[in-house]
Design a protein around this ligand. Structure first.
Ligand code: HXC
Length: 259
């Protein structure tokens, strides 16, 4: 697909989506959102695609936030009537297949929030995370106050949101925001090989594993444990459960059916 502000390409079973406004440090405007929604919908609909990676073009940024130049002249009524930023939640909620954020530099404001929408984050040593909206007279609007707090706890989330400071990749990993840190020049190899590993798994099981981990943020423990058992039980009815367990017993590679 041809886009103006992103690129999307398939590499085997992995879709690589690159934010492509390097001159604006990949700031997220309405066109980026519309194009990401289309790219994610295409990824979700394509039976040959089993994992996606989202990264930023250029050396400096994953995304330096929502586009401040797009927002500067908008009034409160515009934000309210457009339900500004709601499309990001819709995109995330509709994506049942797994995807990874490969954070190559600044992930600030909406950029940090987009990274946190991913199932997990792999960061380059150059990555910097922050929620600096307070310095603009506002607050996070794409999930930062909620997802960051769930990821790193109240104290550090308050620290980042109230001071607007950035944290580096090492601090983000210590805090539990980031799954892995790699040297900058190895970021895409690491992210693509993680995505290929996920894409080689039975796809229904991958979707169920994602749904279950996400459910941990929404439910009581008792509800979550019941949800987990039920989905586990449903997976046992799949051809891929029979294939996966038989392949193990027969000491051979599994040949997934995707059902
Ligand atoms: C629009 C942006 C931008 C942004 C950078 N640029 N961030 N444009 N929106 N969020 C543009 C700059 O204007 C500049 O273009 C070019 O990218 C390079 O940026 P510089 O500032 O010159 O680079 P540098 O000095 O290296 O500083 C990098 C930086 C800084 C520290 C990341 O750009 C910065 O602080 N950006 C804003 C970060 C931020 O506040 N993010 C949160 C946004 S609000 P020109 O053409 O001007 O030279 C948000 C949610 C808000 O995400 C929710 C409200 C409802």
């Amino acid at each position: 697909m041809a886009f103006e502000t992103i690129t999307s390409e398939t590499k085997g079973a992995v879709t690589l989506i690159t934010l492509n406004r390097p001159d604006a440090l990949n700031a997220l405007n309405t066109t980026v959102l519309n194009e990401l929604q289309q790219a994610f919908a295409a990824f979700e609909a394509d039976d040959s695609q089993h994992c996606a990676v989202v990264t930023g073009s250029g050396e400096k940024a994953f995304a330096a936030g929502a586009d401040i130049k797009e927002m500067v002249d908008k009034q409160a009524a515009d934000f309210f009537l457009e339900d500004f930023f709601s499309g990001w939640n819709e995109m995330t909620a509709k994506t049942r297949k797994p995807w990874i954020a490969a954070v190559n530099g600044f992930a600030l404001g909406g950029g940090c929030e987009l990274a946190m929408m991913a199932d997990f984050i792999i960061a380059s040593e150059n990555a910097k995370f922050g929620q600096p909206e307070i310095k603009l007279g506002v607050a996070p609007g794409m999930g930062g106050s909620q997802r960051l707090t769930r990821a790193v706890g109240k104290s550090k989330a308050m620290d980042l949101c109230l001071t607007g400071r950035m944290m580096d990749a090492a601090e983000a990993e210590r805090a539990g925001l980031v799954a892995r840190i790699v040297p900058h020049d190895q970021l895409m190899d690491e992210a693509m090989s993680a995505a290929e590993a996920i894409a080689s798994m039975p796809p229904m099981a991958a979707m169920v594993n994602k749904e279950l981990v996400d459910a941990a943020f929404e439910t009581t423990l008792a509800q979550g444990l019941t949800h987990e058992r039920r989905l586990f039980q449903i997976l046992t009815a799949t051809q891929d459960k029979s294939e996966g367990m038989s392949a193990f017993v027969e000491k051979r590679a599994a040949n997934w059916k995707g059902r």
